[in-house]
Design a protein around this ligand. Structure first.
Ligand code: HEC
Ligand code: HEC
Length: 341
């Protein structure tokens, strides 16, 4: 009998213990919750008792962007002459003595003439970037690669000035600072245009849509991947990604770009025996030899009975694909694109 009472008591004790524990937990969380909630500014960090409100100083550490309109331009100043030694010491091992790039480290200078072709300026600070603010921001934020954010603002102004000087954008003694910033014009400024590719304005398909498996994404990285021509095209998805499936509209836009630069001069008016772009009959006749033959003649040059067609229209910097797109553009204009298949 005693034993039974003892066991019963033990059971009771255990139940009481558990109840007490539960209420303690409940009270604890309830207070936490109430604390968090009753504060005017319901603060997650208080609620869960983790983290803290960022201080002004901490926010300032992140808020370092420098924008083309001059927002965020730092104090200080420097000239290219000031920056030369700093650059040699901190940057040249990767980017080369004159910004030409060591090995496969990025180049910081480019051929100004590459901008004029209008298709693929070299993607360097000098020939691609549109505003000097990007340079100041980037160097201060990210360089030297192994020691980001170690440069003072004076050093940043001076090294930025030196990189601009290497690119023939400013003189060696130009004092680069907040006051003179707006007078620095980057050579490629003005060549950034609103994206006109037709797919940008595409409307979402809601009925009779293509199956996902049948859709492939194709991006033309014009002039971006240096060297290999094949690298112009990055394809993903789709079953037969080998076939050139660039949508007709995009092809037309890309082709027209090349046509205007390299082909228009002869083919618009029919100069020197060139078939006029709108002469459908002439193009239909020429297409009879097959589109590959037209591609080959446009790329390699062609002496016909009417005159001489120079290789790539004389613009040797064009890739084979750019020239082919221009040929297709001509055919599309004449409603001859379907003959290809
Ligand atoms: C250890 C090698 C190294 C050093 C030293 C170095 N960089 Fe770089 N730099 C890089 C790499 C790598 C990139 C590309 C980073 C990326 O794309 O994410 C780069 C990119 C850049 C770019 C952008 C280039 C572009 O066209 O996108 C600039 C500008 C630049 N560095 C300037 C500097 C300056 C100025 C210094 C000296 C203060 C410096 N770098 C020191 C390796 C280095
Ligand atoms: C300097 C003038 C000139 C320029 C620039 C030029 N072409 Fe031509 N093209 C010609 C002439 C002339 C012919 C006709 C040759 C003949 O049949 O006698 C021709 C013919 C062609 C043909 C037909 C070839 C064939 O086999 O029948 C194609 C395709 C062509 N050009 C594409 C282009 C493209 C694409 C460009 C620009 C990248 C271009 N051309 C730039 C002069 C030019």
């Amino acid at each position: 009998m005693n034993k039974i009472i003892e066991i019963k008591n033990q059971k009771l004790l255990r139940i009481i213990n558990t109840l007490v524990l539960i209420s303690v937990f409940f009270l604890y969380f309830n207070t936490l919750y109430a604390n968090g909630y009753t504060e005017k500014n319901t603060n997650q960090s208080k609620l869960f008792n983790i983290g803290k409100t960022a201080s002004k100083k901490e926010i300032a550490g992140w808020d370092i962007d420098v924008r083309p309109d001059g927002h965020g331009l730092p104090d200080g100043s420097g000239t290219a002459a000031d920056g030369e030694d700093l650059y040699d010491e901190k940057c040249s091992s990767c980017h080369g003595t004159f910004g030409e790039g060591e090995g496969s480290w990025p180049k910081l200078i480019g051929e100004h003439s590459s901008i004029k072709t209008g298709i693929s300026p070299e993607k360097t600070v000098g020939t691609f970037w549109a505003s000097p603010s990007t340079l100041i921001d980037y160097i201060h934020r990210a360089m030297p690669f192994t020691e980001p954010q170690s440069l003072s603002w004076d050093e940043t102004w001076a090294i930025s000035a030196y990189v601009l000087y290497l690119n023939d954008i400013i003189e060696e003694d130009f004092i680069f600072n907040r006051e003179s910033f707006a007078s620095v014009k980057m050579p490629n400024f003005g060549n950034f245009v609103t994206d006109q590719r037709p797919d940008v304005h595409a409307i979402r398909c809601m009925k009779n849509c293509k199956k996902v498996e049948d859709i492939s994404i194709k991006v033309a990285l014009l002039g971006y991947a240096s060297g290999a021509e094949d690298a112009d095209q990055y394809t993903s998805g789709g079953s037969n990604s080998q076939k050139d499936e660039t949508p007709m509209e995009i092809k037309k836009t890309l082709g027209q770009e090349t046509y205007d630069i390299a082909c228009k001069i002869c083919h618009d008016q029919g100069v020197a025996g060139a078939p006029k772009i709108e002469d459908s009959q002439a193009w239909e006749a020429r297409l009879k030899q097959g589109i590959d033959q037209l591609f080959a003649h446009a790329n390699e040059g062609f002496q016909g009975t009417n005159g001489f067609m120079p290789a790539k229209g004389g613009q040797s910097q064009l890739t084979e694909k750019q020239v082919n797109d221009a040929v297709e553009y001509i055919l599309i204009k004449n409603n001859l694109q379907m003959e290809k298949q």
